[in-house]
Design a protein around this ligand. Structure first.
Ligand SMILES: [Zn+2]
Length: 223
């Protein structure tokens, strides 16, 4: 990617007020140009980008959001967009990491069909995100932890592979699975401890789990 493209990306990023976190920088300090070694095998590249998605997930955790992060990579290997779960922060049920990254990629590239891009996300996408990824005609999706409760790439729903869709997305799951899953488990363990410390009654705890606000406790929502 040229310097001109780099400056276009940075200018558009400044305009994209939806997203606060800057794109990762490479060793020369150029945002959006971070890439794995040129001779890295696909498997190594997937791990490389999943670690960037995990950095986004940590950002979500720092905002008391369920830690899920995503990055989008173009055919040259440059990270062009990223997102972390912000449903509580944005008061937006659609503000999943994948959705925010897709929106950012669309704005940057001034198109909504993202046919040549790969999305990396730390948790198996839900039905909403799979729907958006199919609409966007994304080429490839790589995810970390499997989600037996809401995953739509085969764990709970097999939406991604449904033959009735007119677009096929190449899917790879389980990249850095132990690390991605451990991050989520740590988050929920900490939250349970917090709720216990607040001495919530079982009914209040149940209300929190269902996403209803309870005095003295942060609201809980699904990632
Ligand atoms: Zn989702």
């Amino acid at each position: 990617m040229t310097d001109k493209n780099d400056s276009i990306i940075n200018t558009k990023l400044q305009d994209a007020v939806l997203y606060e976190a800057p794109l990762p920088e490479n060793s020369s300090g150029s945002a959006g140009l971070i890439t794995p070694p040129a001779d890295a095998a696909q498997e190594e590249r997937d791990v490389f980008y999943m670690r960037l998605a995990m950095a986004q997930a940590r950002l979500a955790a720092s905002m008391s959001e369920i830690p899920v992060g995503a990055v989008i990579v173009d055919p040259s290997g440059a990270v062009i967009a990223q997102g972390c779960n912000r449903t509580l922060t944005n008061h937006d049920p659609s503000a999943h990491a994948e959705m925010l990254a897709l929106r950012q990629a669309g704005i940057l590239q001034a198109r909504y069909r993202l046919t040549d891009l790969t999305l990396y996300v730390t948790l198996e996408p839900c039905i909403m995100c799979v729907g958006a990824l199919i609409h966007a005609r994304v080429k490839r999706v790589v995810f970390g932890a499997y989600d037996p409760k809401t995953g739509a790439c085969g764990s709970m729903f097999a939406l991604m592979g449904d033959k009735r869709h007119n677009h096929r997305i190449e899917v790879k799951g389980g990249v850095l699975y132990p690390e991605c899953a451990a991050m989520l488990q740590r988050f929920f363990k900490e939250r349970r401890k917090l709720l216990k410390a607040k001495k919530l009654s079982p009914s209040a705890l149940s209300a929190v789990k269902q996403g209803h606000p309870v005095k003295g406790a942060r609201r809980s929502e699904d990632a």
